[in-house]
Design a binder for this molecule. Structure first.
Ligand code: ADP
Ligand code: 5GP
Length: 208
């Protein structure tokens, strides 16, 4: 019987490299899904509805909030962002690890409401490097970059509330750190209930 998957909250300032880390993590393991969020932000060049985000109007977004369809939601730099509850429980029960790439206010809601969630904060090597990465990405206006950098300092101050803090200096090493965290978390007693039950039933179990 599959053990319940791990609910992983991944936060870090915009431009710190979360998307890049998750792409790198995909080269290391395949046992996770990234939750697709809802947002009222307009799509950036190349972003696909239903894959990168569900792009909603503000009234569509608030309808989902009012019907209790959001696990968490928050505003960030003038836009709304939220995690749809749809299928999340089923996927976890099927044993899939689910990663929520969300900002600090939403992360706080998940940490408060879910005793099983594991939280990871990704730090940039410095605020200066963060700003440079936002510029290099070339997807945000100068005004948006200024707003996101200002927001970053407020977010970094909250890193201490997370279970783990990793630094995205070297992308591969950072993805590897996150992979190690997932491996350790999989061994926690809370995720080992099925395996314990199997041993009590005189079944033989494998080490992972
Ligand atoms: P986020 O998802 O946190 O907003 P991205 O993954 O979009 O950040 O990364 C922002 C920019 O920084 C991208 O241009 C990406 O290629 C670059 N980047 C990410 N990680 C690193 C790294 N370790 N070293 C140098 N550049 C990086
Ligand atoms: P971006 O506009 O750069 O895609 O995302 C801006 C910020 O919103 C990032 O910090 C990202 O992690 C966060 N974010 C993305 N989806 C969600 C979500 O569903 N909920 C919350 N609370 N934040 C999100």
């Amino acid at each position: 019987m599959a053990s319940r998957g791990i609910l992983i909250v991944l936060s870090g300032p915009s431009g710190t490299g979360k998307d890049s880390i998750l792409k790198e993590l995909r080269n290391l393991r395949n046992d996770f899904e990234i939750s697709v969020s809802c947002t009222t932000r307009g799509p950036r060049s190349g972003e696909v509805n239903g894959k990168d985000y569900y792009f909603l109007t503000k009234s569509e977004f608030m309808d989902k909030v009012d019907s209790g369809d959001m696990l968490e939601w928050a505003t960030f730099c003038g836009n709304y962002y939220g995690t749809p509850k749809h299928e999340l429980e089923n996927r976890l029960n099927e044993g899939l690890n689910i990663i929520l790439e969300i900002e600090v206010k939403g992360a706080e809601q998940v940490m408060k409401n879910s005793s099983e969630a594991v939280s990871i904060f990704v730090l940039p090597p410095s605020v200066q490097i963060l700003k440079q990465r936002l510029k290099n990405r070339g997807l945000d206006s100068d005004e948006a970059i200024e707003m996101r950098t200002r927001e970053a300092e407020r977010e970094v101050a909250l890193a201490k509330n997370y279970d783990y803090v990793v630094v995205n200096d070297n992308l591969k090493e950072c993805a590897n750190d996150i992979s190690k965290i997932i491996d350790s978390e999989k061994l926690r007693a809370i995720h080992r209930k099925n395996i314990i039950k199997e041993v009590l039933n005189n079944e033989s179990v494998v080490s992972r």
